[in-house]
Design a protein around this ligand. Structure first.
Ligand code: DGJ
Length: 728
């Protein structure tokens, strides 16, 4: 890892592990993008290649103004010749939005500076990374822009962000402030995105780029179920194991835009990611600054699989924080699908007791314990226990759960308020709303206005009171509606369009304060399942409830798609009852167990109603999971067969030393006369012998990876097999 500036040729060469990222300053001071990809040594030679851009002169660093629209810009402006999508837009007091940035200077610092108020990747020592800060200036606006690039020594990743500073004595409106923009030469790429809906999150979609714009986005105030804040460009012939892949992931939990704009002659593609400009504007007063969220760019020359593993390692070790980053996550049982709102303390203890007999470690009390909440139509905001259900309060039920030998955890939805709640009756202006418009309810609830410091203080106090009231070791932090009428009672008209981003800053502040005050509590985020499964939330909470769809067959696709960016240690995965409550499908307990064991394992059903046979199997599942837990939660993940391509799914986890592995294979339906499946493993050491624990067979890694191993013959629907490999 190094960052080098060639003074003579005015070239920046940012080198992270295995990758080079190169920029040049033109004779006019424009910052140009030259290259991003496999590591190169002679970045200076890239200048010659700039000539391939149509209309550019032979002196590559002297682009004439007329051709500025074809040049590869590093942080493109609007209105002065480049008609492609800008990285930022500023409206001046006179209404104009033309802008142009030129290079002023730069500095290279060891390590990685923090991003004020925002989640971001981090380092634990300065040797882990180096950061380049390039300062650009629009001399008319007197707008300074600092572009920040952190190169990681251990990861093929570059973290980017931009700071906008108003150096003038007039205010202006920042109408667009993306985190990263990059003009890549050529456009022969496929666009990889993770898209879906509630109970169908993060399905893998791949489409060939065509001229024009293609994008994924959220305007719902949360990163959302529809698209994840991530895209990748996949080079021709690249696949899971081979070829060039370029990932773009945004460390943010609100509205986002991720897009690729292909030039009509397919000469180049402009890739951008950042806050969605549709519901954004920021008044920059003289001297004020605005910080964009961080975008994490990952390059892989070994296909989509290696890109994923880079994100996994980086996000697991240098995005997630706190005690549980490195600690095994407890096996839990959650009462949501077991009881919904219909429970009392005795019922909860009955489930906890049954769980403890199986070896489950944590009992989670889900929705319905507070206010007078017997359905989803009231009480959000009234965070005190319902005496009808919990006569002894939380402390009593927690004590009884602990007496069963288990830890106690709880569900909360602190960002919300029910119109039927004491909180709303006292503070009707505390929710997001717009004057003279109805307050649209979703799931009978409104969103608290976290752009307001007083509302944030209330949330911190309410959550803290609950956490102080009982020995609570885990919190499921839910958020169950998209935002509408995004306006704030306290902001002036010229700042109303700051509300959505101010909400996120408020949320991050709340999460920082709470997670700092309760370092021993494990936090899991949730938004109607996987509606806010993003790197921003992972900074505060190391795991997320992956989806409200607990059907094991559906989960194959959901967990596979999620793994494109996010590590298994971030995915909550539970065994639920059959017929499944979302899909009404009947799958065997063993299949459900195997699917859930590939994430943070737990149960979400009434364990006290298991038959003796089910109890025995569940006991074995819990023990088996505990024996592979560190592999799953901290190992390297290899996808072997995709559920998006057929009836079978397979993946495996390999320890960092490559001395242990765990493989899971799933076949949804039988095929008549289906040939034996020969499965090639990945990630092992070629010259190491491995024993397969289940069969006692010993094979060389080379054979397991090049030739493969036969999956056993299996009859019937919903079959699965797992194998544990150990170095001999
Ligand atoms: C949505 C979550 O995704 C579910 O797991 C459950 O906690 C419900 N909310 C409770 O209202």
């Amino acid at each position: 890892m190094t960052i080098h500036y060639d003074e003579e040729r005015r070239i920046f060469h940012v080198q992270a592990k295995g990758t080079s990222y190169v920029m040049a300053v033109s004779s006019e001071g424009t910052l140009l993008h030259l290259y991003w990809g496999q590591e190169i040594q002679d970045a200076g030679a890239l200048l010659g290649l700039l000539q391939i851009h149509r209309g550019s002169p032979t002196g590559p660093v002297q682009p004439p103004n007329a051709d500025v629209g074809t040049w590869p810009h590093e942080f493109p402006a609007f209105g002065m010749g480049d008609h492609r999508s800008p990285a930022y837009v500023v409206q001046r007091f006179d209404g104009s939005i033309a802008s142009c940035l030129t290079y002023v200077g730069h500095r290279i610092v060891p390590g990685k500076p923090k991003l004020p108020g925002l989640p971001a990747t981090y380092v634990e020592s300065d040797e882990e990374a180096e950061t380049l800060e390039i300062e650009l200036l629009d001399p008319v606006l007197r707008l300074r822009v600092i572009l920040r690039y952190t190169a990681f020594a251990q990861h093929s990743a570059i973290a980017r962000s931009a700071t906008f500073i108003n150096n003038s004595d007039e205010s202006f409106q920042l109408q667009r402030a993306l985190s990263a923009s990059i003009d890549m030469a050529g456009a022969d790429y496929a666009f990889l995105q993770l898209s879906g809906a509630w109970i169908r999150e993060r399905f893998v979609e791949l489409r060939q780029l065509v001229p024009g714009e293609q994008s994924v986005y959220s305007r719902s105030g949360m990163s959302g179920h529809k698209h994840n804040p991530f895209i990748a460009l996949v080079a021709p012939r690249a696949d899971e194991e081979h070829g060039d892949v370029y990932g773009f992931s945004l460390v943010y939990s609100g509205n986002f835009l991720a897009k690729a704009e292909v030039e009509p002659m397919r000469q180049s593609v402009r890739v951008q990611i950042g806050i969605h400009p549709d519901d954004f504007s920021w008044l920059l007063e003289p001297g004020a600054s605005f910080q964009s969220p961080e975008a994490v760019l990952v390059y892989s020359d070994r296909g989509i699989g290696e890109m994923s593993r880079t994100y996994h390692r980086l996000y697991r070790t240098r995005l997630a924080r706190g005690r549980y980053r490195d600690e095994p996550r407890p096996v839990l049982v959650n009462n949501w699908e077991a009881t919904y709102f219909n429970f009392d303390a005795d019922k909860l203890v009955e489930i906890a007791k049954a769980g403890s007999e199986l070896g489950v470690e944590l009992f989670v009390l889900d929705d319905g314990w507070f206010g007078k909440r017997d359905s989803d139509n009231c009480s959000l905001g009234d965070w005190y226990p319902d005496p009808r259900k919990l006569p002894g309060g939380l402390a009593d039920v927690a004590k009884r759960v602990e007496a069963c030998g288990m830890q106690f955890g709880i569900w909360m939805e602190p960002e919300m308020v029910s119109p039927d709640s004491d909180l709303y009756r006292q503070h009707p202006d505390w929710c997001l709303h717009v004057a003279e418009r109805p307050r649209s309810e979703r799931r009978n609830q409104l969103t608290l206005d976290l752009s307001r410091p007083d509302v944030c203080d209330f949330i911190v106090e309410a959550v803290s009171n609950v956490l102080h009231s009982a020995p609570i070791r885990y919190v499921k932090w839910d958020m169950n509606r998209p935002m509408t009428e995004v306006g704030s009672a306290t902001l002036p008209p010229e700042r109303q369009r700051e509300t959505a981003h101010r909400y996120m800053l408020g949320l991050y502040d709340v999460l920082e304060r709470i997670t700092t005050a309760f370092p021993d509590v494990l936090f899991e985020s949730c938004a109607s399942g996987g509606g806010r499964f993003d790197p921003g939330m992972l900074y505060y909470m190391p795991q997320t409830w992956t989806s409200d769809n607990t059907d094991a067959v559906s989960r194959l696709k959901i967990q596979y798609g999620t793994s494109i960016v996010y590590p298994a240690s971030s995915m909550g995965a539970h065994v639920s009852a059959v017929p499944n409550h979302q899909m009404h499908r009947l799958t065997p307990l063993s299949f459900r167990g195997h699917v859930a064991m590939s994430g943070n394992f737990g149960y979400e059903l009434d364990l006290s109603r298991f038959t003796a046979e089910e109890r025995e199997l569940a006991k074995q599942q819990v023990a088996a999971y505990k024996s592979i837990r560190s592999l799953v939660q901290f190992g390297d993940f290899y996808r072997l067969l995709s559920p998006f391509e057929g009836n079978e799914t397979a993946w495996m986890f390999v320890s960092a030393q490559q001395d242990e592995a765990y493989m899971a294979y799933f076949r949804v339906f039988p095929d008549p006369l289906q040939p034996v499946r020969r499965l090639r493993l990945r990630g092992l050491r070629e010259s190491t012998y491995y024993r397969i624990e289940e069969t006692g067979e010993v094979y060389l890694g080379e054979l397991l990876m090049r030739v493969g191993m036969n999956m056993p013959l299996m009859d019937g629907d919903y079959q699965s097999v797992t194998m544990r490999l150990r170095k001999v």
